[in-house]
Design a binder for this molecule. Structure first.
Ligand code: MRU
Length: 368
């Protein structure tokens, strides 16, 4: 496995590290192995779409927008490899799309990116293979660039609500590692810092996968942002002592009514925030909004393996043979969501506002 992170061009993510990039010279999808962070910074180079799909399923890359960008690049690899006519190109594209789509069911950005790439594939199928490939590559890179721009805009909007000298609680990792770059929830925190606000972050460790302990603290520490890691069961205590003034998280899918699916444990944080009168905000690109799903009850919840709960690394926490439950996401009802920050604007579901307010605001393929 080639682990060289050097690209033949500047990364589109805009950070000194990146979750995923496309290497045009070789057609490889280059991914930082997030399972090995923070102990090791190791990049893998995948040359086939089925390997990329395995990388998504096994969480080499994770975070809803980053998964979408990754799937788009896998479909560029299909276009690069396929030298046949329009029909054989579309067959290969469809087969790879189905494999990619099945990797992670809750993160709607995955299906959204595949659908957008499929529309482009249909438009360019009849072109010569080299032109077809360039068109598919341009589309995937546009998806990537737009995601970074969306993070910056939602960050700017969210930062307006962050009080100066706030202690901000976040759950899971919705940072540069989980997006095209910059981050959604961590984008709000970064933008608040860039606007001159003095903030401190409490990062929930986020059992069982420890995205908060391993990834969020790693990202913020590198930016020089004041961060402390707490175990998930400490959050209630810090709400009670009045230390937490603002909560910001990301999302994997937002239903039309404003119900928010995010990393397991988010719902509990939202209940605590409401009980203590602390604003609970969600930052996500509009590609995370699923207008076809009316309420959170319709959001599929990914069930992951027992071992991710029963073990930490090589250490066994639960004796062999004892079952564990592992829903990877939960749904926070819209009434607990004080603000949804998107690149199209802000919606306040707890005040009865719905996402219909933003549909048509900037017409795009995500309107459905
Ligand atoms: O299982 P993961 O690590 O992919 O879950 C990620 C999250 O829950 C994030 O909060 C969400 O994808 C938003 S990322 C900008």
């Amino acid at each position: 496995m080639n682990t060289d992170p050097t690209l033949s061009r500047a990364p589109l993510s805009g950070a000194s590290y990146f979750a995923v990039e496309y290497e045009p010279e070789t057609g490889e999808v280059v991914m930082l192995d997030q399972r090995r962070l923070p102990a090791e910074v190791v990049y893998y180079r995948f040359s086939r779409p089925d390997e990329v799909a395995d990388g998504i399923r096994d969480m080499v890359v994770r975070g809803a927008p980053a998964i979408g960008v990754t799937a788009a690049y896998a479909l560029v690899q299909v276009a690069r490899a396929e030298s046949g006519d329009a029909r054989s190109f579309l067959l290969a594209h469809g087969a790879a799309s189905r494999v990619l789509d099945a990797t992670r069911p809750t993160a709607v950005n995955l299906a959204w990116a595949i659908a957008r790439m499929s529309r482009r594939a249909a438009e360019v199928a009849a072109l010569a293979p080299a032109e077809r490939y360039e068109a598919m590559r341009a589309e995937a890179e546009t998806i990537h660039r737009e995601d970074v721009a969306a993070c910056r805009e939602m960050g700017r909007l969210g930062a307006l609500d962050v009080p100066d000298e706030a202690t901000i609680l976040t759950h899971c990792n919705a940072g540069a590692l989980a997006t095209g770059g910059y981050g959604s929830a961590l984008g709000v925190i970064r933008a608040a810092v860039e606007a001159g606000k003095r903030v401190k972050v409490l990062a929930d460790e986020t059992r069982p996968y420890l995205q908060g302990a391993r990834l969020t603290s790693w990202e913020l520490f590198q930016d020089g942002i004041d961060v402390e890691v707490i175990t998930d069961n400490m959050a209630a205590h810090f709400f009670q002592t009045g230390e937490i003034n603002f909560v910001i998280v990301g999302s994997d899918r937002i239903a039309r009514n404003g119900d928010v699916a995010n990393k397991i444990g988010t719902y509990g944080v939202a209940v605590l925030a409401r009980a203590h009168g602390v604003p609970f905000g969600v930052a996500a690109p509009f590609s995370t909004v699923d207008m076809a799903t009316v309420t959170g009850a319709g959001i599929p919840i990914e069930q992951r393996s027992r071992d991710e709960v029963a073990r930490i690394g090589a250490s066994m926490l639960v004796a062999d043979g004892i079952p564990c439950r592992h829903p990877a996401f939960d749904v926070t009802p819209a009434r607990l969501v004080d603000a949804l920050y998107t690149e199209r604007g802000v919606v306040r579901p707890a005040k009865g506002e719905t996402l219909d307010l933003l549909v048509g605001h900037a017409p795009g393929p995500q309107d459905r």
